[in-house]
Design a protein around this ligand. Structure first.
Ligand SMILES: [Zn+2]
Length: 165
């Protein structure tokens, strides 16, 4: 929130990225001058569907760790492929950062300026937990959200945001 306050005050661009719930997915917010800020996003329900798991108690509250799993077993959870689940989020953050840094400069990624226009980006690695209702990657007849694809969202500024209104 301190970084967000500085971005808003100084009119700077910033990126906030995270992996959620054992990296079952992740999201990125790009804050640009005049646009929605981090506080606008955290006041938006879309953000809280991916609440960060910081401890066993919170994981149990969110149902990520079922009641029948002992505390000992909860701490021993295997995180198969964790780095490969985090990498897409890192890569997208780097791409967005390069996009912002090269804005106004003719270069090899200039065309992305016209495409990466969203404020918020979301990615799912697996059809687990909050992404369980997303369509299978290989069967998507109705164009539902699927895993392993980036989705962009245009956010509105929160008219009651205490940081950027
Ligand atoms: Zn705001």
């Amino acid at each position: 929130y301190n970084i967000n306050a500085c971005l808003v005050k100084l009119g700077k661009v910033g990126l906030f990225g995270r992996a959620v719930t054992r990296a079952e997915g992740g999201d990125i917010l790009r804050v640009r001058p005049g646009g929605p800020c981090y506080a606008c996003l955290t006041g938006n329900p879309i953000y809280h569907q991916n609440d960060e798991i910081t401890d066993v108690r919170r994981a149990r509250e969110l149902g990520v760790i079922p009641a029948y799993v002992s505390d000992e077993d909860a701490h021993a959870m295997v995180q198969v492929g964790l780095s490969t689940d985090i990498a897409p989020i890192n890569n997208m953050m780097v791409k967005l950062a390069l996009n912002e840094l090269s804005r106004g400069i003719e270069c090899g990624i200039s065309s992305l300026i016209e495409e990466l226009t969203y404020d918020y980006y979301i990615w799912a690695n697996r059809r687990d937990f909050q992404f369980a209702n997303w369509a299978p990657f290989n069967r998507n007849p109705n164009r539902h959200l699927t895993i392993l694809r980036w989705y962009g969202v245009k956010l509105k500024k929160d008219s009651e945001c205490l940081e950027c209104r």
